[in-house]
Design a protein around this ligand. Structure first.
Ligand SMILES: Nc1ncnc2c1ncn2[C@@H]1O[C@H](COP(=O)(O)OP(=O)(O)OP(=O)(O)O)[C@@H](O)[C@H]1O
Ligand SMILES: [Mg+2]
Length: 266
C-alpha cells in the first residue's frame, strides 16, 4: 500500500493526555496530506510502575522485559489502558481510530533465549513469555486503513496454540511494518535519536548505515532499550522498508518534522 507509514511510540516519550494530543494532532495533519497511518505503542515505565505497585520486580535484559505470568497480566492491563487513551485522543483530533491487540494481525512465537553480556561475562537468558512476530496477516489492517481508520496496536501477541506473549513494542512495530510493506517506519522515543554519548543530547548522529549501527551495538554505545529499537530498524530496512527513522516525542515544535532524529539507511 502506497504512502503508508507505521509510527511507534514508547511509554516514556508519549505519556498522558498532553503528549497523546500533541501526537494525535500531528497524525491527523499527516492524514490530511494523504498519508495512511498505523500506530504501535509500548508502555515501558507505566508497566514497571504498576508491577512495583503490586510488589513485583520489573527486570529488563538488553532492553526487553523478562516476563512471567504476573508481568504479562500487568503488561496487558496497562497496555490496554494506554491504547484506549490513545484511541480517544486520535478521535478527539478528528482521526478515526480503532484499538487492537497484536494478535489481531500477527502470529507470534516465543523468543529463544538470548545471549546477554554483563561485566564482560556472557550468559544465556530466557526472557520467559516474550514473543517475536512470526507472521503477519495484513488484510485486517488494510481493511481498516482503507476505511480511513488508524489501527492502534498494543504489543500483546499469541502463539499458534493461543498462548499470550508480551512483545517488545519495537519488535512488534518492525514485524508489522515488514508484513504490510509500508513506505516508512518512525520510532518515537524519549531521546533526540541515536546518541554517541547517552548523557549528551547534542551528540546525536543524523544518519547511520546498518553496518555502522551494528558496530555501535557491538562496542556498547547503543545499549538498553535502544538495542531492540535498532535491531527492529535494521530488520525493517533489510526486508525492504525504504525509510526508517528515530525521533524525539518530547519535541514540542513537531515530533515528525522533516530532518529530525536519526535516519538509518541500508
Ligand atoms: N546510544 C544511545 N542513544 C540513545 N539512547 C540510548 C542509547 N543507548 C541506550 N539508550 C537508551 O535507550 C532509551 C530508549 O529506549 P526505551 O526502551 O527506554 O524507550 P522506548 O522504547 O521509546 O519506550 P518503552 O519504555 O515503551 O520501551 C533511551 O531513553 C536511552 O536511555
Ligand atoms: Mg523500549
Amino acid at each position: 500500500m502506497d504512502n503508508l507509514y507505521l509510527l511507534k511510540f514508547g511509554g516514556s516519550a508519549i505519556r498522558g493526555k498532553g503528549d497523546m494530543m500533541r501526537l494525535s494532532a500531528e497524525m491527523a495533519a499527516m492524514m490530511k496530506e494523504g498519508k495512511k497511518l498505523i500506530l504501535v505503542h509500548g508502555g515501558g515505565p507505566e508497566i514497571s510502575e504498576e508491577m512495583e505497585r503490586r510488589g513485583l520486580n520489573p527486570v529488563k535484559v538488553c532492553g526487553v522485559r523478562v516476563t512471567d505470568r504476573d508481568a504479562l497480566e500487568v503488561a496487558e492491563t496497562v497496555l490496554r489502558r494506554i491504547n484506549a487513551d490513545m484511541v480517544g485522543c486520535l478521535r478527539e483530533s478528528g482521526a478515526d481510530a480503532i484499538g487492537i491487540p497484536g494478535y489481531f494481525c500477527t502470529l507470534c512465537e516465543k523468543k529463544a533465549p538470548i545471549k546477554a553480556s554483563e561485566g564482560g561475562e556472557e550468559r544465556e537468558v530466557d526472557l520467559g513469555l516474550v514473543g517475536e512476530v512470526a507472521d503477519v496477516d495484513p488484510q485486517p489492517l488494510f481493511d481498516l486503513i482503507g476505511q480511513g481508520i488508524v489501527p492502534v496496536v498494543y504489543p500483546i501477541g499469541k502463539d499458534a496454540a493461543g498462548n499470550m506473549l508480551n512483545v517488545n513494542a519495537d519488535t512488534m512495530a518492525a514485524g508489522i511494518a515488514v508484513g504490510i510493506g509500508c513506505s516508512g517506519m518512525i520510532a518515537i522515543t524519549d531521546v533526540p535519536g541515536i546518541l554517541r554519548d547517552v548523557s549528551d543530547p547534542s551528540s546525536k548522529i543524523d544518519s547511520l548505515t546498518i553496518a555502522e549501527a551494528r558496530a555501535l551495538m557491538e562496542d556498547g554505545t547503543i545499549s538498553g532499550g535502544m538495542i531492540p529499537k535498532v535491531e527492529s530498524c535494521i530488520k525493517a530496512l533489510e526486508a525492504g522498508v525504504p525509510e526508517v527513522r528515530m525521533v524525539n516525542g518530547k519535541n514540542e515544535s513537531g515530533i515528525m518534522s522533516e530532518g529530525r532524529g536519526t535516519i538509518i539507511t541500508g
